[in-house]
Design a protein around this ligand. Sequence first.
Ligand SMILES: NC(=O)c1ccc[n+]([C@@H]2O[C@H](COP(=O)([O-])OP(=O)(O)OC[C@H]3O[C@@H](n4cnc5c(N)ncnc54)[C@H](OP(=O)(O)O)[C@@H]3O)[C@@H](O)[C@H]2O)c1
Length: 223
Amino acid sequence: MFPIEELVVGMAQSQLLKSANKTLIFEAKNMKIAIIGKGHVGSALGSGLSKAGHDTKFGHRDPKEPVADAAKWGEVIILAVPYENAGDAREAIKPYVDGKVVIDVMNAVGENAELAISCATSTAEETQKKLPKAKVVKAFNTVFASNQSTGKVDGEQLTAFIAGNDLKAKQTVAHLTRDIGFDPVDCGPLKAARYLEAMGILIINLAYTYRMGNKMGYKLLKA
Ligand SMILES: NC(=O)c1ccc[n+]([C@@H]2O[C@H](COP(=O)([O-])OP(=O)(O)OC[C@H]3O[C@@H](n4cnc5c(N)ncnc54)[C@H](OP(=O)(O)O)[C@@H]3O)[C@@H](O)[C@H]2O)c1
């Protein structure tokens, strides 16, 4: 069990935004993390979280690793499937997510690496709508899978941008990102996923359309 009961909760959103980055971190160890999707992202996050001492279990369409088994088992569920498959994956985990943290890692990448979703919403908000009793948090989508197991590029720490409506859920995710090696930053309510997903599309374009390669990532500089 992780001691989230000890955390400050129930803050108004404005207070949360003001203080979130001071209250984001708390101690929690050995969480059970279900990872839905075992591709580039799922594998990288699984590796980083295992190295940090967490227990992980994968769920995907391989009958040897059923999604339902992983989702039922996990305290935290990471949704790391392609956007086109999000509907099926959300349906498959729906019976098991009530009260749990669901981390939405997805980017809606369309043709020519354009944003395939309206800027008036985000994959994370769509996930929250489909899973109303889950505590959905957006995280990791601005980081290339190749950098997700360490949170670093060439030894330099990357920022893990986090958005969500539930402070405790964001604290949990901040804790996990920090365990991997990232510097977590609270970006506010889940609505901010719209901006994080646009950042995801931007960095994909920098890497592949403009050929800068994926050995790079976002770092927020703070005085
Ligand atoms: N690659 C990156 O650098 C990166 C970075 C940040 C965010 N993202 C986002 O993260 C997500 C995953 O990207 P990826 O690169 O890891 O993709 P990927 O390598 O293609 O892996 C996708 C995984 O999802 C599984 N999957 C597909 N449909 C599923 C379903 N209905 N239920 C359960 N599992 C399903 C696939 O396994 P089976 O076929 O065996 O089911 C596969 O393991 C995408 O939304 C992407 O935009 C990617």
